[in-house]
Design a protein. Structure first.
Ligand code: TYD
Length: 132
């Protein structure tokens, strides 16, 4: 399984760092939605679902967390610990987010608006879906 990580270009000077993300330039899709998670409790596992068509870029803009990706045959764990790195998560990919540091802010850029019908929340259903 190929893990696609984007390294964004920080604009740094004596004042600090700034990262700018533009759809189609830095992000491979039109950004229709942005959401972020923070105050995630110790030991919490989020995600546990796949999407039928949604594409996302996950950026831990503060703190750190881990992302487990599962394409139905292979699993990969990707640590996210830099505000200038983004993990591309395609559709048809089971994902779990865990090991959040107490200060973690995980921001997600998404290619579509929120649509509960795009979720697959049952792992066996996910396996059946990708076989089709
Ligand atoms: P949930 O899907 O449980 O988050 P995750 O799978 O990433 O742990 O979402 C938590 C709540 O937030 C749920 O009530 C749905 C709502 N929500 C929105 O309203 N819009 C969104 O874009 C997302 C991602 C969630």
């Amino acid at each position: 399984m190929q893990v696609v990580k984007y390294m964004f270009q920080p604009h740094g000077d004596e004042r600090g760092q700034l990262v700018a993300l533009e759809e189609f330039n830095d992000i491979p899709f039109k950004i229709k939605r942005v959401y972020y998670m923070y105050d995630t409790g110790e030991g919490v596992v989020r995600g546990n679902h796949a999407h039928k068509s949604l594409e996302q870029i996950l950026i831990c803009i503060h703190g750190s967390c881990k992302i487990k990706l599962d394409n139905g045959t292979e699993q990969k764990v990707v640590p996210l610990e830099k505000p200038y790195e983004g993990l591309y998560v395609a559709n048809n990919m089971w994902r779990e987010m865990y090991d959040f540091s107490s200060d973690a802010v995980l921001m997600v850029l998404a290619s579509e608006l929120y649509d509960e019908n795009d979720y697959i929340r049952d792992y066996n259903e996910f396996i059946d879906f990708i076989k089709k």
